[in-house]
Ligand binder design. Structure first.
Ligand code: GLY
Length: 371
């Protein structure tokens, strides 16, 4: 496996060096068009993944070009933070876990701590005591927007890390409350998940689940299930809670929906008899979760998780690699939002990022995570 991974990083670093030179300090679109990323400094929730890709390639290849690029792009995201551009949402963790946090780890420069504090303050400003959750989108307190989202589980490690680095427990306290509210409401009786969940703005009581990117309100969006599985694993260290029942039940649903080529459909409403587009990013997200969890279990389960993670990633590599195309992306077969027709069967920044994170974790189980 290590030889395969080395080989992957070899072609990927060449390709991405060209892409990072081409984009310079611009940041590509969330997903590709015809498998190529699009320019236009998008100010989207996905910009951190681009910086994270540069950090991961640097850490795997030691090529200074990627170090300099990651630092320069981190400054771009800090400038966005200072100017408060398109940050009124829950995705602050995706943006800053993968940029400022590794910048701090690599440089130990306290200027990054100031930005971490600013970003963490921004994220907790969306927390409602009424319902005890971080509102994902929209105007704070608007009854039509009074909801949480499953993806936010991956934004909580940023708050836990902020508490750790800043020595202030308030971020971790809010992350813990939000995390508990998510898990109290987001899992259905059959262990599939809702994408978002509404609360009553006056009483704070849970109301109903609704999808935004899934097939229907009753179906299970595969990336949402992946966010929940990885969410348990990525927060486990901070919460000191292995949540075995939830984890096993959620993972079983995911496993039961893996089709013949090993890569899940974008929603579990689809299968090989009723096919649709795939979502390679869901595979890679779950692989990263399993490899994180492998650190905390006995040897038998550890091997089981490593095997499953390897299979998930190899299925992406063998069936959806963009290696032989003349493009600037890494893997295809990701679906951003099928209902809106955005990024269907394309590459996407988080799909490429988690693919590289999974390869990194497979080759180096001691890798110091950014989350
Ligand atoms: N966080 C948005 C998505 O998973 O598409």
């Amino acid at each position: 496996m290590n030889e395969i991974i080395e080989n992957e990083f070899s072609w990927i670093s060449q390709r991405m060096k060209h892409a990072f030179k081409e984009f310079d300090l611009d940041i590509p679109s969330e997903s590709s068009v015809n498998q190529s990323y699009v320019k236009g400094n998008t100010h989207e929730w996905t910009c951190g993944f681009w910086v994270g890709i540069s950090w991961l390639i640097y850490e795997n290849t030691n090529d200074q070009f990627f170090y300099e690029k990651a630092l320069a792009l981190t400054d771009v995201l800090i400038d966005r933070l200072d100017r408060d551009i398109n940050l009124d949402h829950h995705d602050i963790g995706f943006l800053y876990s993968l940029s400022i946090v590794p910048a701090y780890y690599h440089t130990n420069d306290s200027k990054y701590l100031k930005s971490i504090q600013k970003a963490a303050d921004k994220l907790i400003s969306r927390f409602h005591n009424n319902g005890e959750f971080i509102q994902c989108w929209g105007t704070l307190g608007d009854p039509d927007e009074y909801r949480l989202i499953i993806d936010s589980l991956l934004n909580m490690p940023f708050l836990f890390t902020s508490s750790k680095l800043l020595g202030d427990p308030k971020y971790a306290n809010i992350a813990t409350k939000h995390y508990n509210t998510v898990f109290k409401n987001i899992i259905r009786d059959d262990y599939t998940t809702y994408h978002t969940y509404y609360f009553d703005v006056v009483t704070g009581k849970p109301k109903f689940g609704k999808t935004a990117q899934g097939y229907s309100n009753d179906s299970c969006w595969s990336r949402g299930q992946a966010w929940a599985i990885a969410g348990i694993c990525f927060n486990q260290e901070y919460l000191n809670n292995n949540q075995d029942d939830d984890f096993n039940n959620l993972l079983n649903v995911f496993k039961n929906n893996i089709p013949d080529d090993g890569v899940v459909y974008w929603d579990f409403a689809f299968n090989d008899n009723n096919p649709s587009a795939k979502d390679t990013s869901a595979n890679s997200i779950v692989a990263c979760g399993l490899l994180e969890r492998a650190k905390y279990v006995d040897d038998v389960r550890k091997q089981e998780y490593i095997n499953m993670a390897s299979e998930l990633v190899l299925s992406v590599m063998n069936n959806y690699s963009n290696r032989n195309l003349d493009v600037d992306t890494i893997v295809s077969g990701c679906t951003y939002s099928f209902p809106q027709g955005i990024g269907v069967d394309e590459a996407c920044l988080w799909g490429d990022y988690y693919y590289l994170e999974a390869l990194t974790r497979l080759s180096n189980p001691e890798w110091k995570k950014y989350w």
